[in-house]
Ligand binder design. Structure first.
Ligand SMILES: *[C@@H]1O[C@H](CO)[C@@H](O)[C@H](O)[C@H]1NC(C)=O
Ligand SMILES: *[C@@H]1O[C@H](CO)[C@@H](O)[C@H](O)[C@H]1NC(C)=O
Ligand SMILES: *[C@@H]1O[C@H](CO)[C@@H](O)[C@H](O)[C@H]1NC(C)=O
Length: 409
């Protein structure tokens, strides 16, 4: 769970362990919105096994908004819609747990949630206890339902649910979704496991909805509609905040939603992994094309995401050209892996990208004097370094990201 140390009134310190690597799973929202059902979760759990997602490390099945009835029960409890979940949430949690997977649910730090179902403001303890009793493993906690709810700052409303989850004694992953309001990278690490750093993504590689702004510190207005490239752009300010136990969440992925080319989907996945975003699939995994399954289950990219160091890549302005090429790099420390470099062509024409390794911040320190090899992950081919210590990537296509992993020999 999260990283702070609770000090009980008796003075007993209770340390809570961190999730060491970004969480991996699937959520209903991007594709199904309010149409969430027991059978959808069950068929997804099946596909997690048959299509290789579970083996690749995806383990959370997350029910987003739409699972509830419109009002609380007479005794105040939130209740699952009996048409959508005929056997109830506890039975579904059992089914999911028997497959070695985990179940997540959704609520909101306002009076209402985003779909006008009952939010948890003022009901934090009752709701957290209900989730624990059902066997829930993960809570996504949203920020809709204004009224007096939004006269209290997010940090305060989101902290209340953190205490309530902690009080249940069950290990429930706590995923904040307050869209980057009031800069959660400065405070959310105190009491959550991950926090959304922006308004919502939408299924587009490069085109943004109206009201979207491109930096982390400029907040979106209205419903966001952030493209993949803009979400990556916002991370220039935030990648340095990434650390185990407090992951900035770039939102659910749009891979497999028929909105991008294969190269664009590879770029999307490469950056979510190297920037240490949670990897939450937002597509229909039962019907998804095999090319998208292959991207989402690429073991080399997942190894970058789940690397033991938990440090995100940083933008390297000296090697990048605005609106044409961006190069990012950062250290790794799992097995023999020591460093990763991403080189993206986001211009209009096929291009060559030259990377003088002396200019890659942190690379020589990460490699030390050890001999090393370099592999480009998507082509699964070794890459050579010239005598002048430069890597020349030729013919990088529009939308393509080359991912270079440096490993000790
Ligand atoms: C949800 O179900 C309704 C009713 O079948 C349908 O009209 C709507 O398009 C569905 N929405 C999504 C996002 O699947
Ligand atoms: C799957 O691939 C086919 C053929 O390339 C394409 O027409 C279809 O739109 C794709 N489906 C999705 C969900 O991406
Ligand atoms: C890409 O094309 C657009 C539209 O033609 C143009 O405005 C832009 O300057 C081009 N970008 C680059 C990097 O060439």
């Amino acid at each position: 769970m999260w990283s702070f140390v609770l000090v009980a009134s008796a003075g007993v310190a209770l340390a809570v362990t961190n999730p060491k690597t970004p969480q991996m799973g699937w959520s209903t929202w991007n594709t199904f919105q309010y149409n969430v059902t027991q059978s959808l979760v069950e068929s997804t759990a099946e596909a997690f096994e048959t299509r290789g997602f579970a083996k690749a490390g995806y383990n959370y099945l997350l029910i987003d908004d739409g699972w509830q009835t419109e009002t609380r029960a007479a005794d105040g409890h939130q209740q699952a819609d009996p048409t959508k979940f005929p056997d109830g949430i506890a039975a579904l949690a059992d089914t999911v747990h028997k497959k070695g997977l985990k179940l997540g649910i959704y609520s909101d730090a306002g009076i209402y949630d985003c779909g006008f179902y009952p939010g948890s403001l003022g009901y934090e303890e009752l709701d957290a206890a209900q989730y624990a009793a059902w066997g829930i493993d993960y809570l996504k906690y949203d920020n809709c339902g204004g009224f007096e709810g939004n006269t209290r700052p997010p940090a305060e409303r989101f902290l209340a649910m953190s205490y309530a989850l902690e009080a249940t004694g069950r290990d429930i992953f706590y995923a904040l979704c307050e869209w980057g309001n009031q800069f959660p990278w400065f405070w959310a690490d105190q009491f959550s496991d991950s926090y959304r750093m922006s308004g919502d993504i939408h299924a587009s590689y490069a085109s943004d909805g109206s009201g979207v702004c491109t930096t982390a510190y400029c907040l979106n207005t209205g419903y966001a509609g952030v493209s993949v490239l803009t979400m990556i752009r916002k991370m220039r300010e935030l990648s340095g905040f990434q650390k185990p136990g407090a992951w900035a969440d770039m939102d659910m992925m749009e891979i497999g939603n028929n909105a991008m080319t294969t190269l664009e989907e590879q770029t999307h996945f490469s950056f979510w992994a190297a920037l240490k975003s949670p990897l939450i699939i937002g597509a229909n995994v039962v019907t998804m094309n095999q090319s998208s399954v292959d991207i989402l289950t690429n073991t080399d990219i997942i190894a970058v995401s789940q690397d033991a160091l938990g440090t995100a890549v940083s933008y390297l302005p000296g090697l990048s050209t605005e609106d044409a090429v961006q190069v990012w790099g950062g250290p790794l420390s799992s097995g023999k892996q020591r460093f990763v470099v991403l080189a993206l062509n986001y211009g209009n024409a096929t291009t060559d990208i030259s990377i003088p390794l002396a200019s890659v911040t942190g690379l020589s320190a990460a490699l030390g004097k050890n001999a090393y090899t370099v592999k480009e992950v998507w082509s699964n081919k070794a890459v050579s370094v010239s005598k002048s210590n430069t890597i020349a990537l030729t013919g990088v296509a529009v939308g393509q990201t080359k991912v270079l992993v440096f490993s000790e020999k």
